[in-house]
Write a protein that binds this ligand. Structure first.
Ligand SMILES: [Zn+2]
Length: 253
C-alpha cells in the first residue's frame, strides 16, 4: 500500500525554509502541494514556486480577507483576472466576521473573486470564520461549481448543504484536537473530504509544514474509524476530481 497525500493548502510564501520544507514533504509521502496566495505579492511568490517545482507545487491565487485594508483592490482584481488563466484555483479568499474589516467590503471582494471563478470554471479555496453560512450562500448564488471550504468548522446545517451540492471541506492537523473541526469531519462523508496543512500555521504551539498534511489524513482516519490504507486513495481521488489532477505513477499531474 502506497501512502500518497496532496497537501491542498499551504502558504509556501510564508515558510522560512521553503526548499527544506518541500524536500521534507517529498520524503513524507506528500505527492503534491497546492500553494495558496493571499494578495498580489503573495500570489506572485506562489506562482514562482509552482514554476520552480513544476509538477509538484501547484498554485492558487487569492485575496485573503485579513489583507483587504492594505490593498489596492483594483490592482488586485486586475491581477487575478489576468493570472487566473494559469493557476489551479482561486484562493485563499472568503469572509472573516471575527476581524474588524467592514463586512460589506469583505463580501464585495469575495463576490468579485467568485465571479472570476465562475467564469473560468475554477475551484475556489474558501476561508470563513463565523461566516460559514454567508460564504456558502454566496458560492451557491454566484453558481460556482467547485469549492473547498478550508478547515471547516461551521454548523451541521451548512455542512449538509456543502455535501449535498458536491463541494468539499478540507481537514487540517487540528482534526486531532479541535472539537468543532472533528464534529464536521465525523458528519461529512469521506467523498467530501480532502486534507491540508495550512502551513506554517502553528498547531498547539508547533509550527507546521506541508508534511503535516499526512497528520491531517491520520486524524481523519481516526475520526472515521478506518485504516489509513483504506482512506488514502479516496481522499486522493476527491483531490484529483476537484482540481482536475490525475494520478500519475507515484504522484499526480
Ligand atoms: Zn490558509
Amino acid at each position: 500500500m502506497i501512502i500518497r497525500v496532496v497537501d491542498v493548502h499551504s502558504h509556501l510564501d510564508e515558510i522560512a525554509d521553503v526548499h527544506g520544507a518541500i524536500a521534507k514533504a517529498k520524503s513524507s509521502n506528500v505527492v503534491a502541494i497546492i500553494a495558496v496566495g493571499t494578495c498580489k505579492e503573495s500570489n506572485v511568490k506562489v506562482a514562482r514556486f509552482s514554476e520552480m517545482y513544476k509538477g509538484y507545487v501547484y498554485h492558487a491565487i487569492g485575496i485573503h480577507p485579513w489583507n483587504l485594508e492594505s490593498l489596492d483592490l483594483g490592482e488586485e482584481f486586475e491581477f487575478l483576472r489576468a493570472a487566473s488563466r494559469s493557476c489551479i484555483g482561486l484562493g485563499e479568499v472568503g469572509l472573516d466576521y471575527r476581524i474588524k474589516t467592514d463586512r460589506d467590503l469583505q463580501r464585495k471582494v469575495f463576490s468579485e473573486v467568485l465571479g472570476i471563478a465562475e467564469s473560468r470554471k475554477l475551484p475556489v479555496i474558501i476561508h470563513a470564520r463565523a461566516a460559514w453560512s454567508d460564504a456558502y450562500k454566496m458560492v451557491k448564488d454566484i453558481g460556482v461549481e467547485k469549492a473547498v471550504f478550508h478547515w471547516f468548522s461551521g454548523s451541521d446545517s451548512v455542512l449538509k448543504k456543502i455535501v449535498r451540492d458536491g463541494y468539499l471541506i478540507s481537514a487540517t492537523p487540528a482534526a486531532s484536537y479541535s472539537l468543532t473541526h472533528i464534529k464536521a469531519i465525523r458528519l461529512a462523508p469521506i467523498e467530501s473530504i480532502i486534507v491540508e496543512s495550512d502551513s506554517p500555521v502553528s498547531y498547539r504551539g508547533v509550527v507546521s509544514d506541508p508534511s503535516w498534511a499526512v497528520k491531517s489524513l491520520e486524524a481523519v482516519a481516526k475520526i472515521k474509524g478506518v485504516r489509513i490504507e483504506d482512506l488514502v486513495d479516496k481522499v486522493l481521488g476527491n483531490t484529483c476530481r476537484i482540481y482536475g489532477m490525475k494520478v500519475h505513477g507515484w504522484g499526480v499531474e
